[in-house]
Design a protein around this ligand. Structure first.
Ligand code: UD1
Ligand code: UDP
Length: 373
């Protein structure tokens, strides 16, 4: 008898990282009876991913509001999930990472005494306010989870250090690499004119993304000023900046970089074209977790625009550097990489510290064992 599983997600990165798990569980119909529940914490950015992976949710809470607060996401998601869990009575609930949707899914699972499986478990910065609220979402989710799918040895060790039962920790790799490898090798047509234009740009392309709450305001302003300084001093480069939908982020980005020559501020591309942009770029500047994980596999140097990272593996592999949000430091590091081939070559090698593309299979196997299927 297949066991009822709920996969819960709500934001763009949740969806990208849960998609391979959803597709794997759907293949194993004899073992799992899967329902896909989306909170809709994101709207357009979530729908983009659903359509790329061909996933149709069974439930969509559609909670997103412009300028939503953390408390609003938490309460709306929790009161939306509660009756679904009551109706479906899942044996297990899966969610990934550190978003508020994920923490709330774990809490709702606890209230309904369903086993919670945490995909991408054990990442830590050690500072509960950085990233905010993600580090604390992770800590709370760990306390609520029955199964911990750690992407790397470092993340598994973090969990063991916190006293998590070793029998409940599984080293799986990160499902983002499953998504990346299938997407990077697939053929598809790109119809977004801004992306077509960006992919045809001559010279070195610098890809930039930024959205983190702790970077809103002055830090994001400094990041954008560093980018402006870079295009001003390097007449050969082009900057492509897919802007997060959050108006708070857009306001700063447009204020500093709007209308500048060789700076392309574009709508966030779908996942598959975004991966093509990553492949095309010479250098990536980002505060994104997922982009930090993808860049090493693609052999792209990445400067991490944050003070801390819960993903030290890319730094250890030599393809990522933590540069924070100091304008001079970002500019200096980017300038050096773009003008000194020896420095560039040191960072531009493919490394895969985050997985081998089989994480979702390992997660499905561990879940089947746990449920004694
Ligand atoms: C959320 C996650 C963060 C993750 C990020 C990925 C939390 C607390 N934060 O942050 O961990 O790194 O997603 O992108 O879970 N918006 C739209 N359309 C969309 C998406 C967002 O208009 O498709 C706008 C809305 O005004 C929304 C705002 O962006 O209120 C912020 O979205 P929210 O999910 O609260 O925060 P993010 O910064 O996206
Ligand atoms: N991404 C995308 N389109 C974009 C920017 C990012 O598809 O315009 C993908 C990217 O490849 C990665 C994920 O979104 O897999 C990262 O999401 P985001 O940066 O929003 O969140 P984070 O990973 O920081 O939580």
């Amino acid at each position: 008898m297949p066991q009822k599983i709920l996969a819960v997600f709500g934001t763009r990165p949740d969806a990208i990282k849960m998609a391979p798990v959803v597709l794997e569980l759907l293949k194993r119909k004899g073992q799992f009876d899967l329902r896909v529940v989306v909170t809709g914490q994101h709207r357009e950015m979530l729908d983009q991913v659903l359509s790329v992976f061909g996933i149709v949710p069974d439930y969509d809470l559609n909670i997103m509001q412009p300028g939503q607060t953390l408390a609003e996401i938490t309460t709306r998601a929790l009161s939306g999930l509660d009756p679904i869990f009551a109706e479906e009575k899942p044996a297990a609930v899966l969610a990934q990472g550190d978003t508020t949707t994920t923490f709330v899914a774990a809490l709702a699972a606890f209230y309904h005494k369903a086993a919670f499986g945490h995909v991408e478990a054990g990442l830590r910065t050690g500072n509960r306010f950085d990233p905010f609220p993600e580090e604390t979402n992770r800590l709370l989710t760990t306390r609520l989870a029955a199964l911990h799918f750690a992407p790397t040895k470092e993340s598994a060790d973090n969990l063991l250090r916190e006293g998590v039962d070793p029998k409940s920790v599984f080293l799986t790799g990160n499902t983002v690499i499953d998504a990346l490898l299938t997407t990077a090798s697939s053929e598809f047509s790109i119809d977004d004119p801004a992306v077509v234009k960006a992919l045809a740009l001559p010279g070195q392309v610098v890809l930039v993304t930024a959205h983190r709450r702790e970077n809103w305001g002055a830090p994001l302003n400094r990041i954008c000023c560093a980018v402006r300084q870079l295009v001003t001093q390097l007449p050969e480069i082009n900057v492509v900046f897919p802007m997060h939908k959050n108006p708070i982020v857009r306001q700063t980005v447009v204020e500093v970089l709007g209308g500048l020559d060789r700076v392309f501020l574009i709508e966030p591309p779908d996942y598959a074209p975004f991966v093509k942009l990553e492949q095309k770029s010479a250098l990536i500047l980002t505060d994104s977790g997922g982009v930090q994980e993808e860049a090493p596999s693609l052999g792209k140097p990445v400067l991490v625009l944050r003070e801390t990272t819960e993903r030290p593996e890319g730094v250890a592999a030599g393809t990522a550097k933590l540069v924070g949000t100091d304008q001079a430091l970002i500019f200096d590091e980017a300038f050096r990489l773009l003008t000194d081939p020896a420095e560039y070559d040191k960072m531009a090698h493919a490394a895969s510290p985050y997985g081998d593309g089989s994480a979702s299979k390992r997660i499905a196997d561990a879940l089947a064992d746990y449920l004694s299927l």
